[in-house]
Design a protein. Structure first.
Lengths: 421, 421
């Protein structure tokens, strides 16, 4: 597919995140105003809530945009999602007859604050990147036993904490937690010293499933409204001590940052690609009827306070061993009901190369091999470092981007139980 | 404390669940009517929503009872919780001047359906029963290594699935899932053959905490609105294959049943008791400033289809090694924000005796020692069995009960992906 030309400034720039082909969904506010739904286009956000109020944008089941989150649009289903994209494209395409009516509702991105684009119902995080599982397993159990026996059969996942999900730009406070090193007799309660990121993509579930009824991979794909960048902040020292036998808990509950824009599945359609060859056959309920990953280039950048940004990793979403529809289908096998607004983290996306790893744990090999950044080295995150995820699918002369997913890590509270501000 | 006498029929019966001392919170409906908030008293439910509508019950921040769940009451905080109890006690106590106004709003429990008493925001399940951890650990790792090294230091918990929580009476469909026995080369997708219960108490979080700020055990206790009986249905064969390394996922997502009544913390106040002596010192952030468990007698009963009920376990909530306030405080250590409506499962409550175990896994010792029921034996749940949890705190001449928490297990779907009813 080629670039769809738009009359909006910045929309036809080949390296911009937001051409007309994209139209991602977000929530924005102007200074002193309430948050409202918008779609990014070029250097602007289109105030689709205002267009609906004015009656120019009419959606089946509407009004759907009179709330500051996209859940109501999701709930009405794929036919409306497609109608929304088609109608907004009519407004914004080059030569649109609606330009005069629509132009007053463009707000410069530079003038807005961005908010959570959805109400997260529940958050699940997976562990479905082959290289990540191999790397982490090798560090903890040796190369021979790196993969757990179930890994090639199940898209391993665990339930995370929805209340931890924050939008890009939200500062992240280094957590306290219970830790115990192998050389210590008893645990200590202290700030995490091995605070980390995980580079992931998040799938946004836009349709519910029925309690007691699993869904197929094919049905699961149709339930996915879109994707966000996702940083699953992880305290490795807390995780190492707490995770046996029931999995990570507080290590993953400090924060989970997402990009401010949900890129709808329809915008990613031209970038479909297959999961890698299966190393062992999957059970039939996990078979993909068609390619269900996307070719999305991803990068992680680290910026020390007052310093310059270094891109520390470059990889691709196509590295995943399991696709989001496979994960979602597996999620329902027990009869678990999925809900509009559920968020599924892909699992850390690491490529095979050393500089394609999606966590500092892997990049520094457990802290044993600090990696270079501009003006220094890093093993884990240091106070006031800013971590930025970026991603885009590359079309012919255009990109489908997510906007940055960024968070600065603030120093731990001196006394986490001190009250008063 | 003694029985507080009430004019409501059934309220002064010594073996009833719902004396005036209790006043638990539920949601009920009469045939053909919408669900609404009520409080149980004797053989009746008091339509508190109607009393608020009429202006007899006025709560700060109200109306709070014009929705079919108790979250709005929880949100306004402990002062209102206490005021609600005091005012309803004025209506219902023996000799009340309000009897004539209130009596028309009593509905026989026999005439109502009961619904979920709250909107569950997020659900967390703990693993905090000493005997349960010992039993399960012994089965899987031998008696010497039964307890994981962190167990005596951390109230181990994992995030569960809020969408799985259903009210007592809801049938539970035996799940399908991916399983692999030790003698099989590859996994299979099949109905669970080791479907089980876990006898737990659930703490209902009634106040939010601030993202980034842990709460103390003392603060945590004040956040707990009340308690429910909780059955954490568990597919042991699915769990055994999936749980390494990130914990249980689909094994616990089929359903989680709760009692229809939330017993408010205030009603349990006379039954406070201490956690057991610490085997190793806890870190200061987990210290309890006062006894924070409750003496609550619990039992599990199994009824085959068309057969008679057998009580298969009798134990007590006082068996827990960690209290709900300790669990809640630990839950916030990383800065995790707690939300009104969060539900915390205590973990399986097993006593030391063989007939005091809170799961069939333990009662049948992994299926190796089937236990007797009326007319047969059981290792795990068979199709159409009904499992019932009951619990009460025993006062002088009265009980604080939860109502039954009951669920019948239906046969697995023949083809879980067949569509159409």
């Amino acid at each position: 597919m080629n670039l769809q030309l738009s009359w909006v400034p910045g929309a036809n720039r080949p390296d911009g995140d937001f051409p007309l082909n994209n139209l991602p969904c977000g929530v924005f506010s102007r200074a002193g105003e309430e948050p409202r739904c918008g779609m990014a286009i070029g250097d602007f956000v289109l105030d689709v809530a205002a267009l609906e109020e004015e009656g120019l944008l009419v959606l089946d089941g509407g009004p759907l945009l009179d709330v500051p989150f996209w859940n109501e649009v999701m709930e009405v289903g794929p036919a409306v999602w497609a109608a929304l994209r088609a109608r907004v494209a009519e407004f914004l395409n080059e030569g649109s007859q609606f330009r005069a009516q629509v132009e007053p509702h463009l707000v410069p991105l530079a003038d807005v604050a961005l908010h959570m684009p959805l109400l997260v119902s529940e958050y699940t995080d997976f562990y479905a990147g082959r290289n990540h599982a191999q790397n982490v397993g090798t560090m903890f159990r040796g190369a021979e036993n790196a993969l757990p026996p179930n890994w090639l059969h199940i898209p391993i996942g665990y339930n995370g904490r929805a209340s931890s999900v924050v939008v890009s730009g939200t500062p992240v406070r280094r957590p306290w937690g219970q830790v115990k090193g192998p050389d210590h007799a008893v645990p200590a309660f202290q700030p995490s010293r091995r605070f980390d990121i995980e580079l992931e993509l998040g799938a946004v579930v836009g349709q519910a499933s029925t309690h007691g009824h699993p869904v197929t991979v094919d049905e699961a794909e149709a339930m996915i409204f879109g994707y966000v960048l996702l940083n699953d902040w992880s305290a490795r020292d807390i995780q190492a001590w707490e995770y046996q036998p029931l999995g990570p808990f507080q290590a993953k509950a400090t924060a989970t940052s997402i990009s401010p824009w949900i890129v709808m599945s329809a915008a990613l359609e031209p970038f479909r690609t297959s999961t890698p060859a299966r190393e062992v056959p999957l059970l039939p309920y996990l078979h993909e009827p068609r390619p269900m990953l996307y070719d999305i280039a991803l990068e992680v950048a680290l910026t020390p306070e007052g310093g310059r940004e270094t891109v520390i990793s470059r990889t691709n979403y196509a590295e995943m061993y399991y696709s989001a529809p496979q994960q979602l289908a597996h999620h329902t096998t027990s009869g678990c009901a999925m809900t509009v607004g559920d968020l599924l983290g892909s699992g850390t996306i690491s490529g095979a190369a050393k500089d394609a790893r999606g966590s500092l744990l892997e990049l520094s090999w457990g802290g044993k091999e600090p990696f270079a950044i501009d003006g220094g080295t890093r093993s884990f995150i240091e106070d006031n470092d800013t971590l930025t995820l970026r991603g885009h699918a590359q079309g012919k002369g255009y990109r489908i981007g997510f906007g940055a997913c960024r968070g600065q890590v603030l120093p731990a509270l001196a006394d986490p139980y001190a009250r008063g501000k």
